[in-house]
Design a protein. Sequence first.
Length: 54
Amino acid sequence: MGIIIFLFSLLGQWLDSKYPNSNQWYTKGVTVFGVFVALYNVYRQVQDIDKHDS
């Protein structure tokens, strides 16, 4: 989960360096998107565990 968020954060920082803006919107937006992707990944893994336990 942490690795996914970290990689999305790096992507956002790269985008901010390539397309500069005053508030680092790419870093913030892409990192929040990475959090949602990581949470979805955890949710999917829990669902798979639940299916195997049944």
